[in-house]
Design a binder for this molecule. Structure first.
Ligand SMILES: [Cu+2]
Length: 205
């Protein structure tokens, strides 16, 4: 019984590792918008914001108060200024709940113009409602310093979802990150044989 529980826990752990996804969102690539502006993510997935010219950011907001930082928790990327192509660095946020997470650009006027997005919208907390409320705020407010996520080199994690845009080829912004391969895909490749090894080990006890 105890062994079964251990086995189940271990396999569940490896399964989570094997399925965690990195979901890319372009920031300003297609104008004053996020692309895509609505994504579905599971707990443990990583949202990777990729920045394009000229200057944008991403801030988490409460549904009821667009264009203002969330009262508790949340995240802020800091302002990313990019001269051309995709910025060398990206901002990654790990999803820790499947409740709706709304975000906006902290650059003055962008949020009011509709530069907003959502992770896991619900039937009563929709992107349309948030965007419509955003259009009537007086000012966009941004925090003073980044928090709640990681700023890392572009290309340092693997990208794998159907909802994200195709991987852009970085241009400009010298020293830019390479294409997408790395730790996450290695982990995924390792997970399958590891599950097998664990099953054998537990059965032999
Ligand atoms: Cu912006």
């Amino acid at each position: 019984m105890m062994q079964m529980t251990t086995l189940t826990t271990l396999v569940a752990g490896f399964a989570a590792l094997a399925t965690a996804a990195t979901i890319q969102i372009s920031v300003g690539k297609d104008g004053i918008v996020y692309t895509p502006n609505s994504v579905t993510a599971a707990v443990g997935d990583v949202i990777e914001y990729q920045f394009f010219p000229p200057t944008h950011s991403v801030v988490m907001a409460d549904f009821d108060s667009p264009c203002t930082p969330a009262k508790t928790g949340g995240f802020f990327s800091g302002a990313f200024t990019t001269s051309s192509g995709m910025n060398n660095t990206v901002f990654q946020v790990t999803v820790n709940s499947t409740d709706p997470i709304f975000f906006y650009c902290g650059f003055p006027t962008h949020c009011e113009s509709g530069m907003v997005g959502v992770i896991n919208p619900s039937t009563d907390q929709t992107l349309d409602a948030f965007q419509s409320k955003a259009s009537s705020v007086a000012n966009t407010v941004a925090p003073s310093a980044p928090f709640g996520g990681q700023i890392v080199a572009a290309g340092s994690s693997s990208a794998t979802t159907g909802t994200a845009s195709p991987s852009p080829t970085p241009t400009g912004n010298s020293g830019g990150g390479g294409l997408y391969s790395g730790p996450a895909s290695s982990a995924r490749a390792l997970a399958i044989p590891l599950i097998g090894a664990v099953v054998v080990a537990v059965l032999m006890v």
